[in-house]
Design a binder for this molecule. Structure first.
Ligand SMILES: [Zn+2]
Length: 288
């Protein structure tokens, strides 16, 4: 899809990507009982997000939100929704990260834990399916069958999850897939380059040629994009693993330019290569 940047993208009569300036993608599913979101923007954009969702065709107040992972770009509406008694669904690992302060070792950035009311109130370990409440009528049947699951490869964090809308054939994947530029490899909370490769492979099994795949950032992708990314990150993974096996360090990995044929299209990769290499220490080093 060509539409990039801010604005709302319609995927189906009842399914949208809401893009606020500078914010991560939010997928909004509308129905007579209100809206279901995949991710909730940052706290500073939460007001604007709620307004944008309420003004969607068929839109209304949010009844359910998924957190695709714990980062503040995704969980900024949790507090208001939790206070309003709404359902906040996430992988159990995501809930755990939100109960503790996190500091990124590579730049000292600190993330404070969320108040209890803002933490996910419905968690899972493997997969789940949304069922309408028994007392509700046809309205909630629209969200019947929405499936979700853990992406256990840990591409971005160890709590990555997808949400699949079968009726619309739309797969929301959060930051497990980057639609725009090099990804952040958050190895402090479990992400790693091998997980990027594994996740891209796994997600291909959940999609077909017609599936629209919504990443955390950037334009909507298709199955061919996942295949191309899988090949690219597989190549980079092999190069970094070889450097690790030769006893090289992150700076030497950057100097070796393991992404050189992709940089023209993808941009400067120094940060990505450094984080990706460091992530191998956690997963591949015998003494890690
Ligand atoms: Zn993230």
């Amino acid at each position: 899809m060509s539409a990039e940047g801010a604005g709302t993208l319609r995927l189906a009569d009842d399914l949208f990507v809401v893009r606020l300036p500078g914010e991560a993608n939010v997928v909004a599913h509308t129905g007579a009982d209100g809206a279901l979101l995949v991710d909730g923007a940052s706290a500073g954009a939460s007001d604007a997000l709620m307004k944008a969702v309420a003004s969607l065709p068929g839109g209304g107040p949010v009844h359910t939100i998924f957190n695709t992972h714990w980062h503040p770009e995704q969980t900024g509406s949790n507090e208001r929704l939790g206070q309003a008694g709404k359902t906040i669904i996430a992988h159990e690992n995501t809930r755990l990260w939100l109960t503790t302060d996190v500091t990124w070792p590579w730049n000292g950035q600190r993330f404070n834990r969320l108040p209890k009311i803002a933490q996910p109130n419905k968690t899972f370990y493997t997969t789940g399916t949304l069922e309408p409440a028994p007392s509700t009528g046809t309205a909630s049947r629209r969200s019947l069958g929405i499936r979700y699951g853990h992406i256990p490869d840990a591409a971005h964090t160890d709590g990555d999850m997808y949400v699949y809308f079968p009726e619309q054939n739309v797969l929301a994947v959060g930051d497990a897939v980057s639609g725009q530029g090099w990804p952040v490899v958050d190895w402090a909370t479990g992400g790693w380059i091998g997980g990027i490769v594994g996740g891209l492979q796994r997600l291909q099994t959940l999609a077909n040629e017609e599936t629209r795949i919504v990443p955390g950032r950037g334009p909507v992708l298709g199955l061919s994009d996942l295949k191309a990314q899988h090949e690219m990150y597989g190549t980079i993974y092999d190069r970094l693993a070889q450097l690790l096996n030769k006893g090289r360090g992150p700076t030497e990995a950057v100097d070796a330019r393991p992404t050189k044929e992709f940089d023209a299209q993808m941009g400067n990769s120094d940060e990505f290569v450094r984080r990706a290499f460091e992530s191998l220490w956690a997963y591949l080093s015998p003494d890690a």
